[in-house]
Design a protein around this ligand. Structure first.
Ligand code: PMT
Length: 403
C-alpha cells in the first residue's frame, strides 16, 4: 500500500473494448493509495457503465461538459485543477487525434486542454489503426508536447489480429504511475548499455587512412541521455573531438577491427547495444609500414580493400539476451534498406537516418530518424541531436521493457 498515497488521478476512459479493464485498473490504483475520479466519453459508456466506475472509484462519474449539477460542485475547470495526473486509458485513435488537434467540445478533451496536470496516454486500438501513419504522427506530436505515452502492449487483439495496440494491463499501468510519481527511479536505472559512436579510421600507411564524416555527436548524445536516464553506459568511440559525457565509461578505438573487439568484450553484461558508429565496411588489405611514396610516372594507384567484420551483426548473433539497435545511414530508398538491415543483422530496432537531406545526419547539430521494429514504426522529427537521443532512448526503453 501507499506508493500512490494521496495522489489524485483522473482516469479518462474513451470508447474501446479495453475500457472493461478500467474497473480493475481503478481498484489497483486505489489499492496503492490513489484517489481516483473517472471521466467517461459517451462511447466509453457502451463498454463499461458509469455505475460500475462510480462503485469502484467511490465518486460520481463525470461525463458531460454542460452539466449544471457538476458545475455547481466540481465543474470541469476544478476537475482539471484537481488532478496530479490525468491517465487516458484506453486512449483510442480518435481520442488521440482529437487531443493532438486540441478539441474542447466534450468533457474529456476539454479537461486535457484546461489541465495543468501531466497527461499519460495509454493507446489501445486495432493494430492497423495503431500503425497508420496518422496515428503514429499524432502520438509522436503528443510525445513531443510532453505527454507521456504508456504502451501499447503487443499480443492478440479483440478483433483477432496479433500485434501492437493492446492497452497495457492494469498492473503495468499502476507500475508506470508509481514510477511517474517516483522520479528517483529513472527509466533505465541499472540497465547496461553499450554505444558505438563516431567514424572508424582504416589505415593505409602510418600517416593516411580511409574514414568518413561522422563527428560522434549523435552517439555521444545517446550516451549522455542514457546516463541521465540511469543506465550504466559504455561508449566505444572512434576518433572524435568530443568530451566524454559525465558518468560515462569511454573506450577509444581507431579501426573497425578495434571497435569489433571492444564491442564483443564485456558483451555478457550488456543489456542494450546501440550501434551508432559509422563503421568502414572495408579496410585496405595491406597497411604499409612506411609512408607510401608517390612514384614518378605512375598515374594510377589501386588499393585492394577487404571486408571489415560487421560489428552489430556479430553482437546480435553472439548474445541472444542483448537488445540490439542499429542505425541505417542511407541516401536513397531509406526505408527499404533500413528494413533489410533490421532483418539481415537480426536487430530489435533500427533507426533510419536519411543522410541525403541537408541539416541532418553526419556532422550536423540536428537529426531526424524513423525507427523501425519488425512490426512498428516511430518518427522522430528534426531536432537537436540531444533531443533526438532522448526520444530514441524512450522508444528503446519502451520496446526493451515490453520484451
Ligand atoms: O556522428 P554524427 O556526425 O553525429 O552522425 C551520426 C550518424 C549519421 C553517423 C548516425 O546517425 C548514423 O546514421 N550512424 C550509422 C552510420 C552507418 O554507417 O550506417 P550503415 O547503414 O552503414 O550501417 C548499418 C548499421 O551497422 C549501423 O548501426 C552501423 O553502426 C553498423 N555497422 C556497419 C558496418 C560494420 N562493419 N559494423 C557495424 O556495426
Amino acid at each position: 500500500m501507499s506508493a500512490l498515497l494521496g495522489k489524485k488521478i483522473l482516469l479518462g476512459i474513451s470508447g474501446g473494448i479495453a475500457a472493461y479493464k478500467c474497473a480493475e485498473l481503478t481498484r489497483r490504483l486505489k489499492d496503492q493509495g490513489a484517489d481516483v475520479r473517472v471521466v467517461m466519453t459517451n462511447s466509453a459508456k457502451e463498454f463499461i457503465t458509469p455505475l460500475t466506475m462510480q462503485a469502484v472509484s467511490g465518486h460520481a462519474v463525470a461525463d458531460s461538459l454542460l452539466d449544471p449539477r457538476a458545475e455547481a460542485g466540481m465543474g470541469h475547470i476544478e476537475l482539471a485543477k484537481w488532478a496530479d495526473l490525468i491517465l487516458l486509458a484506453p486512449a483510442t485513435a480518435n481520442l488521440i487525434a482529437r487531443l493532438r488537434a486540441g478539441f474542447a467540445d466534450e468533457l474529456l478533451t476539454t479537461l486535457c486542454v484546461a489541465a495543468p496536470a501531466p497527461i499519460a496516454v495509454s493507446p489501445a486500438m486495432n493494430m492497423e489503426m495503431y500503425l497508420a501513419p496518422a496515428t503514429q504522427e499524432n502520438i509522436n506530436v503528443l510525445a513531443q508536447r510532453g505527454l507521456h505515452i504508456w504502451g501499447p502492449g503487443k499480443g492478440p487483439q479483440a478483433c483477432g489480429d496479433i500485434g501492437p495496440g493492446r492497452m497495457l494491463e492494469p498492473d503495468d499501468l499502476v507500475t508506470r504511475a508509481i514510477d511517474f510519481f517516483n522520479p528517483e527511479k529513472p527509466i533505465l536505472a541499472g540497465v547496461n548499455i553499450s554505444i558505438t559512436a563516431g567514424p572508424t579510421q582504416e589505415a593505409l600507411d602510418p600517416v593516411r587512412y580511409i574514414s568518413n564524416h561522422s563527428s560522434g555527436k549523435m552517439g555521444f548524445s545517446l550516451a549522455e541521455a542514457a546516463q541521465q536516464m540511469g543506465a550504466n553506459v559504455t561508449l566505444i568511440s572512434g576518433p572524435v573531438h568530443l568530451a566524454t559525457p559525465a558518468g560515462v565509461n569511454r573506450i577509444d578505438v581507431l579501426s573497425a577491427v578495434d571497435m569489433h573487439q571492444a564491442s564483443l568484450q564485456g558483451l555478457n553484461d550488456c543489456d542494450i547495444f546501440i550501434a551508432c558508429a559509422a563503421v568502414a565496411d572495408y579496410r585496405p588489405e595491406q597497411v604499409a609500414d612506411q609512408k607510401m611514396k608517390k612514384q614518378q610516372g605512375v598515374d594510377d594507384l589501386t588499393i585492394k580493400l577487404v571486408k571489415n567484420p560487421d560489428i552489430i551483426a556479430d553482437v546480435a548473433s553472439a548474445n541472444d539476451n542483448t537488445f540490439c539497435v542499429g542505425f541505417a545511414a542511407e541516401t536513397q530508398d531509406v526505408e527499404r534498406y533500413a528494413l533489410d538491415k533490421l532483418k539481415r543483422k537480426k536487430l530489435k530496432l533500427i533507426a533510419a537516418n536519411d543522410v541525403a537531406k541537408s541539416g541532418q545526419g553526419f556532422n550536423s547539430e540536428k537529426n531526424a530518424l524513423t525507427v523501425f521494429s519488425e512490426t512498428e514504426r516511430f518518427a522522430i522529427t528534426l531536432a537537436d541531436k540531444k533531443i533526438v537521443a532522448q526520444q530514441l532512448l524512450a522508444i528503446i526503453a519502451q520496446q526493451y521493457f515490453a520484451g
